[in-house]
Design a protein around this ligand. Structure first.
Ligand code: GNR
Ligand code: NI
Length: 188
């Protein structure tokens, strides 16, 4: 397992359209393991393979409900000391996902993205959808999603098409977000 580098805007690879997975082999298993480790370490609630530079239709999600009463745990993996909130992990893997039946009803969520660090903006998306996907054995599954899971899945599906959440904003808001990111980077 390894933590991989997360690409950030304006890396042109984030605009690539990812290719379907056709080979369910050990290389894919390693990619998935590394994606989970990278997402948990970031930390984020989702990650698309293209965010670690691999243009394949693979997503990982864990909404990680934090237990506010739990003691934080000090860790030293990845070479630097940091703390983890103990959480009940709920890792979800989606290979070759497709969205079916998006609801007419929309919901708005204040989204962020590991590839657009420290920028948040409200994005409107269908409130519910059905998703069809494959697992590591190539077996097909379907499930109805709602709430943050539906929002996150749609955010990750966008990455597979080379779309970022800031692409859903007006040009003015997008430019403001990118300027803010520039400023934050210069200050760091
Ligand atoms: O960590 C993340 N949080 C988040 C919040 C609201 C909507 C979507 C997300 S996904 C994001 C991680 C990420 O960039 N996935 O691509
Ligand atoms: Ni993202």
């Amino acid at each position: 397992m390894a933590i991989r580098e997360i690409l950030e805007v304006p890396d042109p690879r984030l605009k690539a359209v990812s290719e379907p997975v056709t080979t369910f082999d050990d290389e894919l298993r390693t990619l998935v393991d590394d994606m989970f480790e990278t997402m948990y370490e970031a930390p984020g609630i989702g990650l698309a393979a293209i965010q670690v530079g691999v243009p394949l239709r693979v997503l990982v999600i864990d909404l990680q409900p934090d237990d506010p009463d739990a003691e934080p745990e000090v860790c030293n993996h990845g070479g630097h000391e940091h703390t983890h909130q103990p959480t009940k992990k709920e890792p979800r893997l989606f290979i070759n996902p497709e969205i079916l039946d998006p609801s007419d009803e929309h919901s708005v969520y204040n989204e962020g993205c590991l590839s657009v660090p420290e920028i948040y903006a409200e994005v409107e998306r269908p409130a519910r959808c059905r998703v069809r996907w494959q697992d590591l054995d190539g077996k097909t599954h379907e499930e109805d999603l709602e709430g943050l899971m539906a929002t996150c899945l749609q955010h990750e599906m966008d990455h597979l098409e080379g779309i970022l959440f800031i692409d859903h904003l007006s040009r003015l808001k997008r430019n403001m977000a990118l300027k803010k990111l520039d400023k934050l980077r210069k200050a760091a």
